[in-house]
Design a protein around this ligand. Structure first.
Ligand code: GLC
Length: 567
């Protein structure tokens, strides 16, 4: 690794803040967040110290999957505003020195997109080959699993042309046929359109699924969802398409790219992000997101929970992959997963504050680009809906229908969704302790978490110097002050400890020691003898520390996080 200028990049040193527009701030009173709402909150966003904003999809969409079903890639969803609002938002971000990364959803689009309407109208349509069709005269197509389909079947029969179309997600999200060069050209043109407007990059939705193996081979009968995903991520042309996209579009801009990459493994990671291959800058793997899930499942919790040793192993193994080439991304949650503190920390009244700030410390002291999901900075928690009627997410609603049809235990499912459901992350941003948390003056599209009346709001936390929000700002500025926390080598200490996650970060002469007590107990923690130093300098902690600069034995309170510089 070198300090050469070609190694240092803005997208490596930046902190990303993900905004879910539907839930961030409503400015019209219709209960749905919008672009004007984000514009009104730009100073708050800037005050966090973050550098890059990733916006979930804001394009025209019938909202079967909250915008991940796009019906026009070049226009803005009316609920969110107009193109001129978008331009104002982009300007407002750039004026503040912030970058904007858009969501690029091109594995599939909406069945209401003009291309699909034309494609399904006739077997001779100009757009027929923009999608994957299986003519019914060939019989039932080889089974493919679908994430959101009530019957988990990714082939939907369509009467008009007596054929089935492929949809890895909902029936309203037909997969685009990347094997067709005319489709690829349309997508590249559309990407140029957004770059020319000034956007700074793309987060690429399920990018690992782009290439499909044709003709669609039979797969083993007993494949689990996880096995399907790993098959979907190995399409034969995937890397050719990513390389082509790089040459046709990305290399013409100073762009940041991060692919959402289910099914990608430690072994093939560098095929995506090795700089010499000219594909992507970064991607999101799913090893951590799978850690607390039932065997072979994507969204169901494992009742046995997760172990700290496994958590450390995920981060350590992935760090090692990118130690010499490529670059990693770090995230603990996003719009598809439960809330960070509820999942990886502890959201009880006693531990919520320390657990939230411990997780801030963790993500901001690791190597890779950290991504924070809106609301996590103030420690928003899972809402844990009691009834199916409160859910808005197609994933939860369709799984419920599926279990209902199968006569399965629905109460067990509701209990599971309290911890696993995606809507936990989609409840409105908690700005204040006012009605609807200051998100809307109307009726919110999804319920607001009641704890906005307590400590979990921006307003209350602005006034409390010990709040998660204030700690977040401080921790971000510490990462900025110490470039070693961005690029420094990572070394895990004491890998088997199930309560403390401790590691060193080293960069030239600088060495940082990070100790995180992931338990509810007060511990005495001793460093291994090999770690030599004369004195330590406290950089930050989320709780009181003993003032002894030569100490090698530390007292760590429940969910305490401490960062020292070793001298
Ligand atoms: C990605 C998105 C998720 C969406 C799915 C289908 O996983 O993050 O929200 O439902 O793709 O587009």
């Amino acid at each position: 690794m070198s300090t050469e200028s070609n190694y240092r990049k803005w997208w490596k040193e930046g902190v990303v803040y993900q905004i879910y527009p539907r839930s961030f701030q409503d400015s019209t009173g219709n209960g749905i967040g919008d672009l004007r709402g984000i514009i009104n909150r730009l100073d708050y966003i800037k005050s966090l110290g973050v550098d890059i904003i990733w916006l979930n999809p804001i394009y025209e969409s019938p909202n079967d999957d909250n915008g991940y079903d796009i019906s026009d890639y070049r226009s803005i969803l009316a609920d969110f505003g107009l193109m001129k609002d978008f331009e104002e938002l982009l300007d407002g971000l750039h004026q503040r020195g912030l970058k904007l990364v858009m969501d690029l959803v091109v594995n599939h689009c909406s069945d209401e997109h003009q291309w699909f309407k034309s494609s399904r109208s006739s077997r001779d349509s100009l757009h027929r080959d923009f999608y994957h069709w299986w003519p019914a005269e060939k019989g039932v197509p080889p089974k493919r699993w679908s994430y959101f389909d009530v019957a988990s079947n990714a082939w939907q029969y369509d009467e008009t042309t007596d054929a089935y179309y492929l949809h890895y997600f909902s029936v309203k999200q037909p997969d685009l046929n990347w094997e067709n060069p005319a489709l690829r050209k349309e997508i590249y043109d559309m990407m140029h359109f957004w770059f020319k407007k000034g956007v700074d990059g793309f987060r690429m939705d399920v990018i690992s699924f782009l290439s499909k193996e044709k003709p669609y081979p039979q797969l083993p009968e007993n494949y689990t969802p996880e096995q399907y995903i790993s098959f979907y991520a190995k399409g034969p042309q995937l890397h050719n398409y990513l390389n082509e996209m790089h040459n046709e579009v990305l290399k013409h801009y100073d762009a940041m790219t991060v692919g959402e990459a289910p099914g990608v493994t430690l072994e093939n990671a560098l095929d995506f992000v090795d700089e010499d291959r000219e594909e992507l800058n970064m991607f999101f793997h799913f090893d951590l997101m799978g850690l607390d899930r039932a065997e072979g499942e994507v969204f169901k919790m494992n009742p046995n929970g997760w172990k700290l040793g496994e958590f450390k192993k995920v981060f350590s193994d992935w760090d090692a992959v990118f130690a010499k080439k490529g670059w990693g991304s770090l995230f603990l949650s996003n719009h598809d997963f439960p809330r960070t503190v509820s999942r990886w920390g502890n959201d009880t009244a006693e531990h919520w504050r320390n657990a939230t700030t411990l997780l801030h410390t963790f993500l901001l002291t690791m190597r890779g680009t950290p991504y924070f999901y809106n609301g996590d900075e103030i420690g928003m928690t899972n809402i844990r809906f009691e009834n199916i009627e409160e859910y808005r997410d197609i994933n939860t609603i369709n799984k419920y229908k599926q279990l209902q049809e199968l006569g399965e235990d629905l109460q067990e499912f509701i209990e599971d969704q309290k911890e696993a459901g995606r809507d936990n992350a989609r409840t409105p941003m908690q700005w204040s302790d006012d009605i609807n948390a200051g998100f809307t003056t109307g009726t919110p599209w999804i319920s607001v978490n009641e704890n906005h009346r307590g400590k979990v709001s921006v307003k209350v936390q602005e006034e409390d110097q010990y709040s998660p929000l204030q700690y977040f700002r401080k921790m971000v500025s510490i990462r900025k002050e110490h470039i070693g926390l961005v690029y420094g080598q990572y070394e895990l200490i004491d890998s088997n400890n199930e309560q403390v996650y401790a590691y060193l970060r080293s960069w030239n002469q600088d060495r940082f020691l990070v100790m995180l007590n992931f338990s509810t107990e007060t511990l005495t923690y001793s460093l291994p003898k090999e770690i030599n130093y004369n004195a330590n300098k406290l950089i930050i902690s989320n709780d009181r520390v003993r003032d002894d600069k030569t100490y090698k034995e530390f007292m760590l309170r429940p969910y305490q996080a401490v960062v020292y510089k070793l001298i």
